[in-house]
Design a protein around this ligand. Structure first.
Ligand SMILES: Nc1ncnc2c1ncn2[C@@H]1O[C@H](COP(=O)(O)OP(=O)(O)OP(=O)(O)O)[C@@H](O)[C@H]1O
Ligand SMILES: [Mg+2]
Length: 290
């Protein structure tokens, strides 16, 4: 499909109010799923975040890396076990998480973004004490070396953004005794968004959004989220996303988006078009007003 000059300029001009609205604000993007493993999607993601940064949005990326961690653990003969959507992490697994996540995965993302001029800087939660954690035991469950974020060094993130850099964060953190912990990337992204009081928190995943009875939930309220979680319709990897989305809203993040990372340029479509693509998680008051 080729567009006329008129159509092209119309599309560009339609983006202007959004650019004005978001210039100077912070978006935290949780990068995971196919968007991180499919070659073509990796490239378009790198272009998208670079474009957003170039129009004046302060982009912070927190990435997952589930599949690569599991594959490497397999090759090393380590079994992978998930408990309520969290990777059970003993010391050998923690080594793999660090090698893969802070090493290979983080630098691959940075390299791609920088190919497009995005000015990415890869760091883990250990650098500059970025993510301080404590042992995470959801409902008393033992997950091993899994942490929940208690503080984020926002000064350091501001320093990078003020310098024109785009932080790309591997979600591992250190506890008060200096022990390294694995942090679920969704909860890490939400904590970073919360501490930065981000305008938006965007989760890129391998689903169209939150699904209930097979159909897409366009706007998710706390009440329906609670119902879907207790009924089991929201489970596994979706649990940490939804739980952390609401804690980010409570901390002052304006809006959380859950979008399909398998759709090319899905972030741009979500941000620059009125309809939006996936599931929006908003403050209860907004939902009531809508
Ligand atoms: N109600 C729901 N709607 C949509 N997905 C759901 C729901 N309940 C459970 N899920 C599961 O959650 C998964 C998404 O979380 P998952 O942790 O697998 O991916 P990710 O967080 O995008 O990637 P990564 O963990 O590698 O960073 C979906 O693939 C789906 O299987
Ligand atoms: Mg996940």
């Amino acid at each position: 499909m080729s567009l006329t000059h008129g159509e092209k300029t119309e599309i560009l001009i339609e983006a202007l109010p959004y650019i004005q609205q978001y210039e100077g604000t912070t978006f935290v993007v949780k990068y995971g799923g196919s968007a991180m493993t499919d070659e073509a999607l990796c490239e378009t993601f790198a272009q998208d975040v670079t474009l957003l940064k170039k129009i004046g949005i302060r982009i912070v990326i927190v990435h997952g890396g589930g599949r690569e961690i599991t594959d490497t653990a397999d090759r090393l003969g380590l079994a992978t076990r998930f408990v309520s959507g969290h990777r059970y992490t003993d010391e050998p697994m923690m080594d793999v998480v660090q090698m893969v996540l802070s090493g290979k995965t983080n630098k691959d993302i940075v390299r791609r973004i920088n190919k497009h001029g995005g000015g990415a800087v890869g760091i883990s939660g250990i650098d500059a004490d970025l993510l301080r954690v404590r042992r995470h035991r959801p409902d008393g469950e033992d997950l091993g070396l899994v942490g929940e974020v208690v503080s984020v060094n926002t000064d350091f993130l501001h320093l990078l953004a003020d310098h024109g850099s785009m932080p790309v964060i591997a979600p591992v953190g250190v506890d008060e005794h200096g022990a390294v912990h694995n942090v679920n990337a969704d909860t890490a992204a939400a904590a970073v968004a919360a501490f930065l009081r981000a305008e938006k928190l965007v989760y890129l995943s391998d689903v169209p959004g939150v699904l209930a009875d097979g159909s897409l939930v366009h706007s998710l309220t706390r009440a329906s989220a609670t119902r879907l979680m207790s009924g089991g319709a929201i489970s596994n990897g979706m649990l940490p996303k939804i739980r952390s989305a609401f804690s980010a809203l409570d901390a002052g993040v304006t809006k959380v988006h859950l979008i399909d990372g398998r759709v090319t340029h899905s972030i741009l479509l979500e941000i620059f078009t009125r309809e939006g693509l996936g599931t929006e998680i908003v403050h209860d008051s907004e939902e009531e007003a809508a």
